[in-house]
Ligand binder design. Structure first.
Ligand SMILES: [Zn+2]
Length: 205
């Protein structure tokens, strides 16, 4: 599998989470010339209370909306993993899928959902955050974690920083004053860009 460089990989549970979580910062990065790539883990086919919209139809609508939002925000590429909504689990298969993408795109920054938000939190958000964090460290970094990925030409990669959205332990705020208007456009509401930023653990060892 060929390597393709991205500066930032945004790994989102559902189509729309990244717009709520990091849109203003994504526009900021895009305007700086950084290549931002979205990985959308589920098809979001259960995200409605309208019984007249069938799951297959909803999944199609949400992909279309996600592509439109990504284009508006300057995202260079969107990959849909198309797992069914509300079915993600922390499995070796899903972890490897994420490791493969991290090794393929070799991002400096990975952005995802904070898995450690307490109490009510969408299970897919918790699982994606946890699996992504584990994929970054140690699995994407360590050469013997997946010898078969080495055989495919996917060398280990060390992500510099992980950013979480929806964190209860914010330690980093991006100034999105200049990008707020455009970042809020995909949503009816606004966007917030406060994060928990974690340097790669091996930088502190
Ligand atoms: Zn979501």
């Amino acid at each position: 599998m060929a390597e393709k460089k991205a500066d930032v990989l945004v790994i989102t549970p559902h189509p729309d989470d990244a717009e709520f979580g990091v849109a203003g910062t994504v526009v900021h990065w895009s305007r700086q010339g950084k290549k931002v790539v979205y990985i959308v883990c589920t098809n979001g086919d259960k995200g409605t209370d309208n019984i007249n919209i069938k799951p297959e139809e909803l999944a199609k609508i949400r992909e279309k909306e996600q592509l439109a939002a990504a284009k508006l925000l300057g995202v260079k590429e969107v990959l849909f993993l198309r797992h069914p909504d509300q079915t993600l689990e922390d499995t070796p298969e899903f972890r490897k899928e994420i490791v493969r993408l991290i090794r393929m795109y070799k991002p400096e920054i990975v952005v995802t959902s904070d898995p450690y938000r307490r109490y009510v939190w969408h299970r897919d958000h918790r699982i994606v955050g946890q699996v992504t964090l584990d994929a970054v460290f140690p699995y994407a970094r360590d050469i013997w974690a997946y010898p078969d990925l080495i055989d495919e030409g996917l060398q280990p990669h060390k992500v510099e920083e992980v950013w979480f959205w929806a964190s209860e332990n914010i330690n980093h705020r991006s100034d999105i004053t200049e990008t707020f208007d455009i970042s809020a456009r995909p949503l009816k509401s606004g966007s917030h860009c406060a994060h928990l930023l974690i340097p790669h653990p091996s930088q502190r060892l």
